[in-house]
Ligand binder design. Sequence first.
Ligand code: PEP
Ligand code: MN
Length: 346
Amino acid sequence: MRKLLRGLYGTGPVVIAGPCSAESQEQVLATAHALADMGIKVLRAGLWKPRTHPGGFEGVGTEGLPWLQRAKHETGMLVATEVATPEHVSAALEAGIDIFWIGARTTANPFAVQQLADALHGHDVPVLVKNPMSPDLELWIGAMQRLAAAGLQHIGAIHRGFTPSTSHEQYRNTPRWDIAIELKQRYPALCILCDPSHMGGRRELVGELSRQALTMGFDGLFVESHCCPDQALSDASQQLSPFALAQMISQLDLRQGEDSSEELEQLRQRIDECDRELVGLLARRMAVVREIGHYKQRHHVAVVQTTRFNIVLRQAIELARTEGMSEAFITAVMRAIHDEAVRQQV
Ligand code: PEP
Ligand code: MN
């Protein structure tokens, strides 16, 4: 998938863009032409829309296939749509849709993914797999494995964020960069895109999320763009006009996947030295932890002392803050250290 997209975009930013939903032939063509003019090579448009509640706009279905064909014919773009059932797959294959994507709600269901994999068997169509709604990396990987087992050669992943745990969060779907990074570590050859539209849920968040994703080394963006965003029948608040998208893209800092130079090598040596010190320091701390463990054993004192840990944590947060590190970060580090300390004492 990475090679395919790089082949289309050359050294430019890989941006797959288009409306949340195909709504009318005019809307699809107006959007496609505007996007093609700014160098976008792949048009996305949903025909079958999985909606949380019934009664909303559920997509135009097969009626929109000729609109996508026409957009492809007039602009030379490749066209992509979401498939959620074997019927969608056969209709989209027959219409010559170039790239498929599997939505977050579908990825979460192995039965549905297997049906799609079976329907795709023997067709060499590229498929992008969005992460499931909940932060479950194995489920995400499992969906891609089902497609790979069906013989598909061009598989990519899209990080679109995860359902937030409360309704007051900043993002519609919380980014979990750690999960995407773990996916990249486990499958370095896998192409991973970021969908900042469904992550942010609001158009003013799309630029910053895109910046963060590309800075981290994502392969590209999968972003919603509509010729008249405010009139969109679905996801109006998160879609960018092609003009706004072009502005956003012009501000992006494109990063390469790999680099090596003398300067970077020296900096990395310094990091390695810090890591050696860090591990040595942790080992020294754990030696004291074990001594305390023996004391607790002799005096029949319980291992977990929450009052003490709260003091340790508060001190660390204070110190970290003065060094420009976040409370969330130092809390996670201290909790991990405390977990290990408890393990060493029991
Ligand atoms: C979409 O891309 O239009 C869509 C429905 O996204 P998701 O599956 O990420 O909610
Ligand atoms: Mn959408």
